[in-house]
Design a protein. Structure first.
Length: 202
């Protein structure tokens, strides 16, 4: 049997090497395509997750805004330097001032002078990190100068470093309760005087 000539062997070898290179290239292309599809799938999953998180965040913000604007209680967002950054309509109603008037004011300016010391000391403890919240009864000054008794609860939003970023407060108009307590105290004083001045007691 005659031996194949060198030219035929060279052509066959070139064809084999070409086929192997082509097969390797196809394999690499398919491998890269598979990796690209996997990356695309992962990217789509991340985008869907971000989209889902954005929807949850948007709903949370919507609910927070609805809650903030409810007329049930006064709500204030303040800075650590006591300036009011945001107030709701109920706060404006309680204090007899507009949102523009209240925004940027220092809450100490709005506090009755006799109630200022306790409020400042508790606020300073909150900002310094010695407490996370506090509640107190105090009087605010309305625009017309009248004092209005309020129940106030104050809390703090801190950053990761523990430094206060925002102070939030809830303000409840306490006029009705204070009026009832004053009336009750006046009645009790009358009954005490009657008892003390009665010759036989009651």
């Amino acid at each position: 049997m005659p031996e194949p000539d060198r030219a035929s062997q060279g052509v066959a070898l070139v064809a084999l090497v070409t086929a192997l290179l082509l097969a390797g290239s196809v394999f690499l292309i398919l491998l890269r395509l598979r990796q690209s599809l996997r990356q695309r799938s992962q990217l789509e999953a991340r985008l869907q997750q971000r989209d889902s998180e954005a929807k949850v965040l948007a709903e949370s913000l919507r609910l927070a805004k609805v809650w903030f604007n409810q007329p049930l209680i006064g709500i204030v967002v303040a800075s650590p330097d006591k300036r009011w950054l945001e107030v709701n309509d109920r706060t404006c109603e309680i204090l007899g001032r507009t949102r523009d008037e209240l925004t940027g004011m220092n809450w100490a300016e709005l506090t009755h002078p006799d109630d200022l010391d306790v409020g400042v000391s508790q606020f300073d403890a909150l900002v310094a990190g010695r407490s996370e919240s506090y509640s107190l009864e105090k009087r605010f000054l309305r625009k017309d100068g009248t004092a209005i008794p309020c129940d106030v609860s104050v809390g703090c939003v801190r950053g990761e470093d523990g430094v206060p970023q925002y102070i939030f407060g809830l303000i409840q108009d306490a006029r009705q309760r204070w009026t009832m307590a004053t009336e009750l105290e006046a009645r009790n004083a009358i009954y005490r005087r009657l008892f003390e001045t009665s010759p036989q007691g009651i």
